[in-house]
Design a protein around this ligand. Structure first.
Ligand SMILES: [Zn+2]
Length: 459
């Protein structure tokens, strides 16, 4: 297959720069080398309509092609700052009848010993590829680390994840964050060090679920410093306005000089607090240079389950956190598992749900939401060489729409995904890969992971 790591693009619309203008872009060796506004009368001698582009029809001696986007939207590859790839597509075997976070955790934990490494890897491959097909080029995934049964069961997930990360590395970048289980201080916590030695990218957890949250947070900081890795915590994923582990995380971040290396996710409790209390916490987050991630779809689904009307909806204060200057991303969280029966790994869909949940629908809000699935999560992941700047890696998605309002309205299925020097997907069904290896991965993963519901045991 001919490489397309040298390519020019014209008539490109870039909502993250200036949507009123059209741009001309050049890619050489997979990097942006030219990003400029197009002259009004610029005419290319030979342009190829993007719709007709077939890289395999180019010979090695053909010149560098110019693809005409005809005003379509181009965004840097989406960055999903918070997924649970290992749990995805487990709803066939793990149910959640009450729809609460508590039952999801309980049932998934009970089922954990029955999952083989191959099954976990297939689920990760399937959901990561599905996300790639919609335009995601980088993912941070949290990983179940179930020490309740044995070290082997906990490490099985890590092994599966390391294999998936390696297989997918030429196409999509995965960051792996094992979650220290809550109340783990009495468990085999040396296993966490083993996971860190195996080469995961950081350390996670959900200290608000612990009976000893401060001790858990202290331990997580100790491990992070010992292995020199970032921290990413589920924080206060509850309607309880008194839950404020984020304040302790902010304090410890400053004490340890870990500013810029700690992400706090969910922050649902902030949505239940008074404005005054929430404002104070958001100030502490800003002072500690915490980064934030909101998971609007899953919060809408799981939170408020213990309320009678009026029912709280759990989504944190997106606008307020953003306006305070804290980088905040919106991300997918769970896909088709007991925590969330839906989701497809499409961050544009998540941005739309964020728009509903946070009342962000003005033109400026929609452009902010686009940053919340691109630049803000790239900041959370600590990516260098990301985004629309000359010299950076040219990973991007083109959407079949000509304004931000249009893509939020239509969530176009027709997308072109370019990563690491080539187009990997062109329009059609989401499984329509331009790459043989990806097509094989997709086939294997979709055969192994189905929507066919297993029979649940009665009783
Ligand atoms: Zn999560």
């Amino acid at each position: 297959m001919a490489s397309n790591n040298h390519i020019d693009l014209c008539n490109v619309r870039l909502p993250l720069l200036d949507e009123r203008e059209l741009y001309r872009l050049s890619i050489r060796d997979g990097n942006w080398t030219h990003i400029r506004k197009q002259e009004a009368d610029a005419a290319d001698p030979e342009v190829i309509d993007l719709e007709a582009w077939k890289s395999e029809q180019r010979g090695p001696t053909d010149g560098i092609p110019t693809l005409d986007l005809q005003g379509k939207i181009l965004l840097p590859g989406y960055v999903d700052a918070h997924m649970h790839l290992d749990k995805s597509f487990s709803l066939t075997t793990v149910e959640n009848i009450s729809g609460t976070l508590e039952e999801a955790i309980l049932n998934y934990s009970a089922a954990a010993p029955t999952f083989s490494k191959e099954e976990i890897k297939a689920r990760m491959m399937r959901s990561a590829l599905q996300a790639l097909s919609f335009g995601t080029t980088h993912i941070r995934t949290h990983l179940d680390f179930n020490l309740k049964y044995s070290r082997d069961i906990a490490l099985r997930t890590i092994e599966a994840a390391l294999e998936a990360r390696e297989a997918l590395a030429p196409y999509i970048t995965l960051q792996l964050f094992p979650m220290c289980p809550f109340n783990f201080m009495s468990l085999d916590n040396e296993a966490i060090e083993e996971a860190l030695r195996m080469g995961v990218d950081g350390i996670g957890g959900a200290p608000h679920l612990s009976q000893t949250p401060e001790e858990d947070i202290d331990f997580i900081f100790k491990m992070a410093e010992k292995y020199d890795v970032p921290i990413d915590l589920h924080c206060d994923e509850t309607d309880n306005p008194q839950m404020r582990t984020v304040a302790y995380v902010a304090k410890r971040t400053q004490e340890e000089g870990y500013q810029g290396r700690v992400a706090v996710d969910h922050l649902c409790a902030l949505a239940s607090m008074t404005d005054e209390d929430a404002g104070g916490i958001i100030d502490q987050m800003a002072e500690a240079k915490l980064k934030a991630v909101s998971l609007p779809a899953v919060n809408l689904y799981l939170q408020g389950r213990h309320d009678t009307f009026p029912v709280r909806r759990g989504v944190t204060r997106l606008k307020q956190i953003h306006e305070r200057g804290i980088p905040i991303a919106v991300a997918s969280d769970n896909i088709h598992d007991p925590f969330h029966p839906f989701g497809r790994g499409d961050l544009l869909q998540i941005a739309l749900i964020g728009s509903y949940a946070a009342h962000m629908g003005r033109p400026a809000d929609l452009r902010t939401l686009l940053r919340m699935i691109t630049e803000a999560p790239a900041n959370v992941l600590g990516l260098t060489s990301y985004g629309l700047t000359e010299g950076n890696a040219a990973n991007f998605v083109i959407l079949d729409g000509r304004s931000t309002e249009e893509i939020f309205t239509l969530l176009p299925e027709r997308r072109w995904v370019y990563c690491q020097g080539r187009f990997v997907r062109s329009p059609g069904s989401k499984a329509e890969w331009n790459n043989t290896t990806l097509a094989q991965f997709w086939q294997g993963a979709t055969q192994a992971v189905s929507f066919q519901k297993h029979e649940f045991a009665k009783g």
